[in-house]
Design a protein around this ligand. Structure first.
Ligand SMILES: Cc1cc2nc3c(=O)[nH]c(=O)nc-3n(C[C@H](O)[C@H](O)[C@H](O)COP(=O)(O)OP(=O)(O)OC[C@H]3O[C@@H](n4cnc5c(N)ncnc54)[C@H](O)[C@@H]3O)c2cc1C
Length: 399
């Protein structure tokens, strides 16, 4: 096992670091680092900047803008991007629908959708989950019935992240209600969000933000040529997509940055004669988190290094599990350092987003960010489901 970067990979790391810290505007990176609800325009500008430099979709086929990188290089690219607080390319575009269209789409679909998907001229959202069909996704009920050369779609999706900004939605729909197994009756459909009959309704979150939505389809007519792959092949496509979704799920770069912030906040917070950083319990908790992040980083490197032919390693479930837990632990630590000041969060910003109290801005973000990231153990496959995958798929235990 080799846990040191080769000369070539170290040079690549330097090249990535330089690009992210000099070519992506500093004010945009500062806003992203500060947290809070991301601005759609910042996400657009960041992806355009990356795409213009050939860095938005490195894992796609080279014909469609990909780079011939190793898994390790892709890992380095992601970590450097996170360390520099660059908004990552929109996952729905770069990691989900793009690879699906490149792999299963017709030539016409590739030419029509892939360039705009890489540049974010088309903003995609993911229409998989429904009420009663989340972990048990194959139970989905949204139907699509072929009438002439159009599919007529009826039903509801939920938890549709950033659907309020989306131009298009990729949806799993039931096209074969009589199929012998529920997995066999599903197809993968691309739907323009401007089509009559679509309603997007916001879901208000505990941090006060609006990140997810319900999407309703009422007799929505979709041209037949917007079905990807074969009719009834949607489950195979969904499994391919979800496998990609878990690649790069352990945001080590972001966690390290947040932990470094936590250390700085503790050092700047008075306590007794010194600062919070001098408190033995705070220092011990910090040391434990730092060593756990170091262990996660080594595990990520090992998984990235072992990945074969660009295929996701089943160990990515471990990364999803530990990554989301550690991310939440670090955010909880920041709330604890902020102490009672973190309870001011509802009133720290005026309508211009400026700090309207004497408190430091980070204390105002501590609690909403902590609350927001409770989501990390649910999305991308809940942690309970990841544990089942680890026990059966990796440890060979039978339930
Ligand atoms: C912030 C956020 C954003 C999301 N964005 C999107 C999106 O853009 N598009 C989209 O399609 N979906 C999205 N989702 C949906 C997400 O994929 C589902 O919430 C997730 O798959 C869990 O499904 P569920 O909510 O139906 O919970 P359920 O499946 O009802 O689970 C409830 C609880 O039971 C546990 N559980 C369920 N089955 C098992 C099992 N077999 N073994 C052990 N425990 C089990 C779960 O782990 C969980 O704790 C998002 C979710 C969140 C929270």
């Amino acid at each position: 096992m080799r846990l040191q970067l080769s000369e070539e990979d170290a040079a690549f790391q330097q090249q990535m670091r330089e690009f992210f810290t000099t070519k992506v505007p500093a004010d945009l990176r500062e806003r992203w680092a500060a947290g809070g609800e991301p601005a759609a325009d910042d996400i657009r500008l960041a992806q355009k900047t990356l795409n213009d430099a050939g860095l938005a979709v490195p894992h796609w086929p080279t014909e469609w803008g990909g780079q011939d990188w190793s898994q390790l290089q892709r890992h380095i690219y992601l970590q450097e991007m996170q360390a520099a607080s660059v908004p990552p390319p929109l996952a729905f575009n770069a990691n989900m629908v793009g690879p699906v269209i490149a792999t299963f789409g017709s030539q016409e679909q590739k030419e029509r959708f892939l360039p705009g998907t890489a540049s974010l001229d088309i903003w995609w959202c993911q229409g998989f989950s429904e009420p009663n069909a989340g972990s048990d996704l194959a139970s989905l009920r949204t139907s699509a019935v072929l009438e002439g050369d159009e599919w007529v779609v009826n039903g509801q999706k939920t938890w549709t992240t950033l659907g309020q900004h989306a131009d298009w939605i990729f949806a799993l729909v039931r096209t074969e209600p009589d199929a012998p197994k529920k997995q066999m009756g599903i197809s993968f459909l691309l739907i323009d969000m401007k089509t009559p009959g679509i309603t997007v309704r916001p879901i208000q979150l505990i941090d006060g933000g609006h990140e997810v939505n319900e999407v309703f389809f009422d007799n929505v007519r979709v041209p037949a040529d917007q079905l990807v792959g074969e009719r009834g092949q949607g489950w195979t496509i969904a499994k391919f997509l979800l496998g990609n979704e878990r690649v790069g799920v352990a945001p080590v770069g972001s966690i390290k940055r947040k932990l470094a912030d936590a250390k700085a906040y503790a050092a700047a917070t008075n306590s007794g004669e010194g600062t919070l950083l001098d408190e033995p319990l705070v220092a011990a908790r910090l040391a434990e988190l730092e060593s756990q992040v170091a262990a996660l980083e080594l595990t990520v490197l090992r998984v990235a290094g072992n990945s074969k032919e660009g295929k996701p390693d089943p160990a990515s479930s471990i990364l999803k599990l530990r990554g989301s837990q550690l991310q939440q632990d670090v955010l909880e630590f920041i709330v604890d350092i902020a102490g009672p000041a973190s309870l001011e969060w509802a009133s720290t910003s005026d309508s211009d987003g400026r700090d309207s109290t004497d408190l430091a801005a980070w204390t105002g973000h501590a609690t909403p960010t902590y609350l927001n990231f409770r989501k990390a153990s649910i999305y991308g496959g809940s942690n309970e489901v990841q544990r089942s995958i680890i026990s059966s798929g990796i440890l060979g235990l039978k339930g």
